[in-house]
Write a protein that binds this ligand. Structure first.
Ligand code: ADP
Ligand code: MG
Length: 340
């Protein structure tokens, strides 16, 4: 069982300017796994833009062409868990043997290995073994190899051996094509107006486009309506409101304080208590990275500080993330809550 989602085919992957190179490289690899210069094939880009889909399409295509080949799709998190389990149960050799007999290994979200030295070392050996045996590696990540943090140099240098291809957020034309493809495939009846409206207003990623289609379908079923432009407007409005609520400085303050069990008001106080100073810095850090507020706007909303204080906070938090594993995992958890 290669753990593939059989919907994630090349056929169902809409081609556009934002993904053309990545798609072409993936197809090349799928036709000749391990036999091209694209080894590893490293696909990267932000969330919800089709990395997992494309990586799995390679696996599906390989299986279709040569059913005898061993293909495995695994998320970096699952790999990490399997590895730790194998250490605990004294079966590291079985783990290694299992991975070393794979013909096409697809490892998704490799940025999750950041800071995990044991996992990285083990993956390094598996990588070398597979690569030397002419087996194919397909890796995905939210960053280009050069920008990945917390990864060992020898691993990073190998990521650059093959081809790195980025997938960008879908451009307008591609958004139209994706919506057209999905509505046809699912038999959803919509007018061009509706498709045009959604494609103009939802420009973040493909996952949100899909989400909008589902809401649209749901609303029209509930109201026993045709899908009208009016319904599409409601869906988009709701989506925009959610985004605004989620990524305001206030929402960030609230989330950070919830996480540490602090009162939001305490961030505005003059106290120098360490835990509050740090919570304030974390809120500043996320406000800088996740909202479009200027440094001074962030400062005025968090504790009435000036822009230099916010800048200092961002640097302090970035440094801590790099040097303190425990702290880093707290930041990851808060980030996950923010992006939920
Ligand atoms: P990522 O791994 O980059 O976060 P996914 O591969 O999970 O994103 O894609 C999110 C959703 O969008 C999936 O349901 C996927 O099928 C769909 N999707 C992404 N890109 C395309 C595309 N070019 N054509 C059709 N569907 C797409
Ligand atoms: Mg993914």
């Amino acid at each position: 069982d290669p753990q593939l989602n059989l919907q994630y085919t090349f056929e169902n992957f809409v081609e556009g300017d934002c993904n053309r190179l990545a798609r072409a490289a993936s197809l090349t690899v799928a036709k000749n796994p391990g036999k091209t210069a694209f080894n590893p094939l490293f696909l990267y880009g932000s969330s919800g833009i089709g990395k997992t889909h494309l990586a799995q399409a390679i696996g599906i295509e390989v299986k279709e062409r040569s059913p005898d080949k061993t293909v495995l799709y695994v998320s970096a998190n699952k790999f990490q868990t399997q590895y730790t389990d194998s250490i605990r149960s004294n079966s590291l050799n079985d783990f290694l043997n299992f991975y070393q007999m794979i013909d096409v290994l697809i490892l998704d979200d490799i940025q999750e290995f950041a800071g995990k030295t044991g996992t990285q070392n083990t993956f390094f050996h598996i990588f070398n073994h597979l690569h030397q045996s002419g087996k194919q590696l397909v890796l995905t990540s939210d960053q280009a190899p050069a920008d990945l943090q917390g990864m060992e140099d020898r691993l990073l240098s190998r990521f650059k051996w093959g081809l790195s291809a980025d997938i960008k957020a879908p451009d307008f034309e591609t958004r139209i094509d994706i919506l057209t493809h999905k509505t046809r495939k699912d038999g959803i009846k919509v007018t061009q107006d509706v498709i045009h409206y959604l494609a103009s207003h939802i420009n973040t990623n493909v996952r949100e486009l899909e989400g909008a289609l589902i809401s649209l379908l749901f609303l029209s079923t509930v109201n026993k309506d045709e899908i009208t432009l009016e319904t599409a407007r409601n869906v988009v409005e709701k989506l925009v409101r959610t985004q605004q609520r989620e990524m305001s400085v206030d929402f960030i303050k609230q989330t950070v304080c919830n996480y540490y069990g602090l009162d939001v008001e305490s961030l505005q106080s003059k106290t120098r208590k360490r835990e509050i100073v740090q919570a304030r810095q974390i809120a500043m850090y996320f406000s800088k990275s996740l909202t479009n507020n200027s440094l001074s706007a962030i400062g005025s909303k968090i504790g009435k500080k000036d822009h230099a204080t916010v800048l200092h906070a961002c640097k302090t938090i970035s440094n801590l993330i790099e040097t303190d594993k425990e702290f880093k995992s707290q930041i990851r958890e808060i980030e996950a809550q923010l992006k939920q």
